[in-house]
Design a binder for this molecule. Structure first.
Ligand SMILES: [Zn+2]
Length: 246
């Protein structure tokens, strides 16, 4: 039997009316390499300041992207981490890794469930079908979030190191996600170096996740381009839901 080809999964984080023009650029950037095999990570109301309103032009665009073949993931609700972390290690993790964007790190199960249900209803009404999965902002999940995802039987979730199915507990893929950070020069330099290493990793499923801020630095755009170019030489672009069928 032929070995199944290695896969490339591409995603755009923080899809929100706030970042509409950046998302357009990222769609062009990724689309040139992977076509419509792109996961859109949608934030229902970024920072409580950018609600996706049913019937709005942006809602229409979201539906259009979904109809065009993009996968639709719920990506938190507000994205911002407004909770006070009880454990010092969580506080440290939240501030070091996310600049306060780890919304689902400190939520209890009830609040996490309410936000997942609310966001899911909004997005499913707009796109006219079920969401494909959930990705927590900054890939950070607390226990409450993990419980809520299991209970909601979300088909697919991912963090920095793996993809899994909360619905049945199956691990779907392992290996780090390649991402770029532009917040500081040091982070920018380290993410460029990491991208160079990671894009050649001999892992089965390579994930590439891009953010709106990436398009503000041409050096990041070039690195993303190169990563995709190198990756598709030996990998087939795929959708996350492909992992469920494997
Ligand atoms: Zn995000």
């Amino acid at each position: 039997m032929a070995r199944s080809p290695r896969l490339l999964l591409a995603s755009i984080h923080d899809v929100s009316p706030r970042f509409e023009s950046e998302v357009d650029r990222l769609l062009d950037l990724l689309g040139a390499h992977v076509g419509n095999r792109i996961a859109l990570l949608v934030v229902p109301n970024h920072w409580g300041e950018a609600p996706i309103l049913p019937g709005s032009p942006f809602a229409g665009r979201l539906r259009g992207w979904a109809n065009g073949g993009a996968e639709i993931f719920l990506h938190g609700f507000y994205h911002r981490d407004a909770s006070r972390h009880e454990r010092a290690s969580d506080r440290l993790r939240a501030s070091l890794m996310t600049a306060g964007e780890g919304e689902f790190l400190g939520l209890g199960r009830r609040e996490a469930s309410a936000r997942i249900a609310g966001g899911r209803r909004l997005i499913e009404d707009i796109v006219g079908r079920r969401i494909d999965g959930f990705v927590a902002p900054a890939w950070l999940y607390g226990e409450g979030a993990l419980d809520a995802l299991r209970q909601a039987e979300i088909p697919i979730a991912e963090d920095h190191f793996r993809v899994w199915s909360p619905a049945n507990g199956r691990q779907l893929a392992r290996g780090p996600v390649i991402t770029w950070a532009s917040r500081t020069r040091l982070r920018l330099a380290s993410s460029l170096a990491a991208g160079g290493l990671l894009r050649r990793l001999p892992i089965e499923v390579l994930r590439v996740g891009v953010h709106p801020a990436d398009v503000s630095e041409s050096v990041l755009v070039q690195s993303i381009e190169k990563t995709l170019r190198v990756a598709i030489r030996s990998r087939r672009p795929a959708r996350y839901s492909h992992l469920l069928a494997a």
